[in-house]
Ligand binder design. Structure first.
Ligand code: 13P
Length: 230
């Protein structure tokens, strides 16, 4: 299983260090085949030691240059960051990233051999239209994306389940993952959206779920490690 923590705009460099110290104490008990990823904010990126990979929540598709407020490959190379989240709904919706922007970013980081966790997810009004509309919406988020890329992990995160405390139902996760697996073949598929210690066992036992991408419940090392060890 894959357990990925997306801190979003939470934690500082100092609190990330303390978090990792605490996590490392717990990770000794994790199954060797389970993989852990941490996505701290950009100011806390560093070359940390531990049984996990550190990735960036975002970056600009350039080595360096005149992109005010952005970080590029040069800044990631400093800490040997080789993993990136692309397509998160918060970047699509709040930062206005279009499918074209997302695909351009994907192509750049693919070219640089990054491991990519590529996020897709539908808003509530689409879910309410029914399953066919959901799949049409989700598959359109694969436009311009090379699904045969070796280092690709896909994360399905229904927007209405993010940060709401209300995860998708087992049935919703199960049917959506089954349909998505047809498009992405053997690539790992994570679920994200209010995954937490109380529902983790149920979620990871669903066929077609290869792990979770966790926001709120990952902010506390104790809670995130409880999920990994569940
Ligand atoms: P929550 O776990 O807070 O719902 O966030 C999920 C998410 O967006 C992870 O990328």
């Amino acid at each position: 299983m894959i357990f990925a923590a997306n801190f979003k705009t939470n934690h500082t460099r100092k609190s990330t260090e303390l978090y990792i110290e605490e996590l490392n104490e717990k990770l000794g008990a994790k199954k060797p085949e389970d993989r852990v990823y941490l996505f701290p904010p950009a100011t806390a990126l560093d070359a940390y030691e531990g049984d996990f990979k550190v990735g960036t929540q975002n970056a600009y598709p350039a080595v360096n240059g005149a992109y005010t407020g952005e970080i590029g490959l040069e800044q990631l190379d400093e800490f040997d960051i080789r993993t990136i989240l692309i397509g998160h709904s918060e970047r699509r919706e709040q930062l206005g990233e279009s499918q074209e922007n997302v695909a351009e970013k994907f192509a750049f980081f693919q070219e640089h051999d990054f491991e990519i966790i590529y996020c897709i997810g539908e808003p509530l009004h689409v879910r309410e239209k029914g399953f066919e509309a959901v799949m049409q919406y989700l598959l359109a988020q694969f436009d311009g994306i090379d699904l045969n890329y070796d280092s690709l992990i896909v994360a399905y995160e229904p927007i209405w389940a993010i940060g709401t405390g209300r995860s998708a139902t087992i049935e919703e996760i199960s049917t959506t993952h089954r349909a998505l697996k047809k498009a992405i073949a053997d690539k790992p598929l994570l679920y994200g959206g209010s995954a937490k210690p109380a529902n983790i066992k149920e979620i990871i036992s669903i066929a077609g779920v290869d792990g979770v991408l966790v926001g709120s419940a990952s902010l506390d090392a104790e809670s995130f490690s409880e999920m990994i060890l569940a």
